[in-house]
Ligand binder design. Structure first.
Ligand code: F6P
Length: 370
């Protein structure tokens, strides 16, 4: 028995998937097995506990070395995930047809008690880390692992999934330049990222976008029109405009695919289409829109993301072994650090406007819409 008397731990993955989740699962399962602990996987966030009847096999199952063999390079999550059904705000249908939220988090604590599972590794974005924080406050031993392609979590240099998303978006921009140039078109490319412009800014610079619009800098389309016209005047007849899904015009609002509802956040999207129409009208140039969307979340993690994910997984197990709880593992180059969950739960990290990356874009003459 270890000094902290851990015999069993469980792991779950919640929120939107991100490349590197399987690498974390593998790392946690092996680091636990090497300490003589049993590791259990919870399916689909906490649904494996909250809805055992939905599963033909167990909603919570033993993760042995065999289960996690050869999965580190695969996209997605072998445990499944969900961004619906937050146990703290669980939507239920009332007899009158309305929906209201209840707190089902006690059921999770009861399950851990009944099955004698000593601790939880919760892998997710701000939603999952907020749930982890609440469970910790109720007495569960919890360590959080930061995940999201959006890179919008505070107190960690980066989250795994981000590098893969940026690499893919950059490759797409490379491809779009040649077709835009052949047809002398404007190509508007919309990327995910929620209310942060990390993916847009990083891939936009790496992929030579001529304009980058992101939530941190409300945009004026006149500036983008000027940029396209100035390029035309120099004989550069094509332009690539990269827009983050959360970008907002100076005098407007976010574009939504669906509003928030009980149990689900609002779905951003559509800004690419909206600005493409205006740019086409104003410049007279043939304009096309490409929405990269969920393509950014799929595929194999880059080596950077795999390594980050494996370091996070191993560090989470080490933290539990050291008796820690209520913390998130975080990248603080060159090491992995432990940060109190209360310092990260519910906090978003946007691109700092005084960062050298923003300055780099300006120095390179990229239009940022302001
Ligand atoms: O947080 C990851 C993310 O891909 C965001 O960039 C995007 O806004 C959201 O999830 C999309 O969620 P869904 O998969 O529910 O459409």
């Amino acid at each position: 028995m270890t000094p902290n008397h851990i015999k069993r731990i469980a792991i779950c993955t919640g929120g939107g998937d991100a490349p590197g989740l399987n690498a974390v699962i593998r790392s946690v399962a092996i680091a636990a097995a090497n300490r003589g602990w049993e590791c259990y996987g919870i399916r689909d966030g906490f649904n494996g506990i909250l809805f055992p009847e939905r599963y033909s096999e167990d909603g919570v199952f033993r993760l042995t070395r065999k289960h996690v063999r050869n999965i580190g390079h695969l996209g997605g999550t072998m445990l499944g995930s969900t961004n619906k059904g937050n146990p703290l705000h669980f939507p239920i249908r009332m007899p009158d047809g309305s929906t209201r939220e209840i707190d089902r988090s006690d059921e999770i604590l009861e399950y851990f008690g009944k099955k004698e599972i000593d601790a939880l590794v919760s892998v997710g974005g701000d939603g999952s880390l907020t749930i982890a924080h609440a469970l910790h406050k109720k007495g569960l031993r919890v360590v959080g692992v930061p995940k999201t392609i959006d890179n919008d979590l505070d107190k960690t240099m980066t989250t795994f999934g981000f590098d893969t998303a940026v690499a893919f978006a950059t490759e797409c921009l490379d491809r779009l330049h040649s077709t835009a140039e052949s047809h002398q078109r404007v190509m508007v490319v919309e990327v995910m990222g929620r209310y942060a412009g990390w993916i847009a800014l990083h891939s936009g610079i790496a992929g030579n976008a001529h304009a980058i619009l992101m939530p941190e800098i409300p945009f004026d389309l006149d500036k983008v029109v000027d940029c396209i016209r100035a390029r035309d005047a120099e004989g550069r007849m094509h332009s690539v405009v990269l827009v983050a899904e959360g970008a907002v015009p100076m005098d407007g609002h976010h574009e939504l695919l669906a509003p928030a509802e009980i149990g689900h956040a609002e779905r951003l999207g559509g800004v690419g289409d909206r600005i493409a129409k205006v740019l086409e009208e104003r410049t007279g140039k043939d304009t096309r829109v490409v929405v990269l969307g969920h393509l950014l979340r799929g595929g194999s993690p880059t080596a950077f993301d795999r390594l980050a994910a494996m370091r996070f997984g191993a560090a989470a197990v080490r933290a539990l072994d050291e008796g820690l709880s209520g913390i998130m593992v975080a990248l603080a180059f060159p090491n992995v650090d432990y940060i109190a969950l209360e310092e990260v739960a519910g906090r978003m990290k946007g691109v700092p406007l005084d960062s050298d990356t923003v300055q780099t874009a300006r120095d390179l003459g990229i239009c940022l819409g302001d």
